[in-house]
Design a protein around this ligand. Structure first.
Ligand SMILES: Nc1ncnc2c1ncn2[C@@H]1O[C@H](COP(=O)(O)OP(=O)(O)O)[C@@H](O)[C@H]1O
Ligand SMILES: [Mg+2]
Length: 397
């Protein structure tokens, strides 16, 4: 152990020691004790049991208020609250390791792993002058797993996830001083955690919004300034659905960038297997399912799986009905693509167009619990609008 201290690094765990010192200098006992607890954990993982034990012993002797904050996972002591609405501006969760499933293509998974390594070995990297601020921007279409990835990262690091939604944050800050914002950033600097700014594009749209432009810009600038004032080893994640709306001032602040694509066939296969689980019938055609779900996001696959499983439970069946699964998948894809399919006739014609083999007349008759003659009747009904996009049509007054 002595060699490790002398040669590898001139001062290991400098980050934690400095945070403990910061806490002491600010008379912030819970900050000091939170970071001392983290230091003990790290030392223990490295085999330094005795030192870890001695630190924890000190912590156990702390005054009652501090001990209480620790018992609550360091999260007591009042969440920052919007002074006007009294609503929490931060949401706290502590996802347990192994409880979050994340499916990513190989290259993307590797980038996440590199980020985790940079967090874990931050001091070593800084020593080698190879450290970058621990900030990652996750971007991609809705439902591709950005929030899920944030949960996964927090669970892997064993840190609480503190989520602030930028849209609510900004509106709660309008017409107020930047005190709310300061409170949030003070709060998160006091404990080891992952700060997650969700719906980050709210910043970008705020910049382009004409109404209240001065006010909004002040808020946005204040937020960016608070990000700049974070210490480089605070783990910050931000997620955006509209990366094109983010300006260079935002990109510059995130040395790690993670594009999240829609899942490919192989990944969809994994997702279906994971999400259907025991409910999948033995003969399920996984290949067909994975192919036919092209264009689906992880969120869509999850939703269709849940709906179909619920259907099975209500039907008193241990397995899902494969054709019912395809039916729900097809209808969800239609909806995601902007087809409203308002009538039964629309639905049935859509399904028939989508795949005549899966949706034979007999199968459709079974699924909709009508005669094949009735199905034929639906198919010939030309009052519906199956297949035509309905998204752009104006609503009737
Ligand atoms: N890549 C993925 N891996 C695992 N689950 C996913 C993935 N993408 C989406 N999901 C599922 O869909 C749901 C919604 O995903 P979410 O992370 O909220 O999407 P986003 O934040 O990108 O809009 C999640 O709860 C998760 O169960
Ligand atoms: Mg999200």
């Amino acid at each position: 152990t002595h060699a490790k201290f002398c040669h590898k690094m001139s001062f290991p765990h400098l980050s934690e020691v400095l945070k403990i010192l910061d806490g002491a200098l600010r008379s912030n006992a819970s900050m000091s004790s939170n970071y001392a607890g983290l230091l003990a954990d790290k030392l223990e993982q490295e085999g330094e049991r005795e030192i870890a034990r001695r630190i924890r012993e000190r912590l156990a002797r702390a005054p009652a208020a501090v001990a209480y904050a620790q018992d609550a996972g360091g999260m007591a002591g009042g969440l920052p609250v919007d002074s006007e609405s009294r609503l929490d501006t931060l949401d706290i969760s502590t996802p347990a390791k192994g409880s979050v499933h994340l499916f990513l293509p190989g290259g993307t998974a590797k980038r996440v792993e590199e980020f985790l390594q940079s967090v874990r070995h931050y001091d070593r990297l800084r020593e080698a002058r190879a450290a970058m601020p621990l900030r990652m921007l996750l971007y991609g279409a809705p439902g591709t797993g950005k929030t899920q990835a944030a949960r996964w990262i927090a669970s892997e690091l064993g840190l609480p996830l503190l989520t602030a939604r930028c849209d609510t944050l900004i509106s709660s800050l309008l017409g107020q001083t930047s005190k709310n914002l300061r409170r949030i950033f003070d709060y998160i600097e006091q404990r080891p955690c992952v700060l997650f700014l969700d719906e980050f594009d709210a910043l970008a749209s705020a910049r382009g919004n004409e109404r209240d432009i001065g006010e909004l810009q002040r808020v946005v600038i204040a937020l960016l300034q608070n990000i700049d004032a974070l210490s480089d080893n605070t783990v910050l994640l931000a997620a955006s659905n509209h990366e094109k709306m983010l300006d260079p001032a935002v990109w510059r602040r995130f040395p790690f960038q993670l594009p999240l694509p829609l899942p490919d066939t192989a990944l969809r296969h994994q997702m279906w297997q994971n999400m259907l689980g025991e409910f999948a019938p033995e003969a399920l055609d996984w290949q067909l399912l994975s192919t036919k779900s092209a264009g689906a996001s992880g969120a869509l696959i999850e939703q269709v799986s849940l709906d179909t499983k619920r259907h099975a439970v209500f039907a008193g069946s241990a397995h899902i009905d494969e054709e019912e699964l395809f039916r729900r998948l097809s209808l969800s894809l239609a909806l995601a693509d902007g087809h409203a399919l308002a009538t039964l006739s629309d639905e049935i014609r859509w399904l028939r167009n989508w795949d005549t083999k899966i949706f034979s007349l007999r199968e459709l008759a079974r699924l909709y619990n009508v005669s094949t003659r009735q199905i034929n009747h639906y198919l010939q009904d030309d009052h519906g609008n199956a297949g035509k996009p309905t998204r752009k049509r104006k609503a009737q007054p």
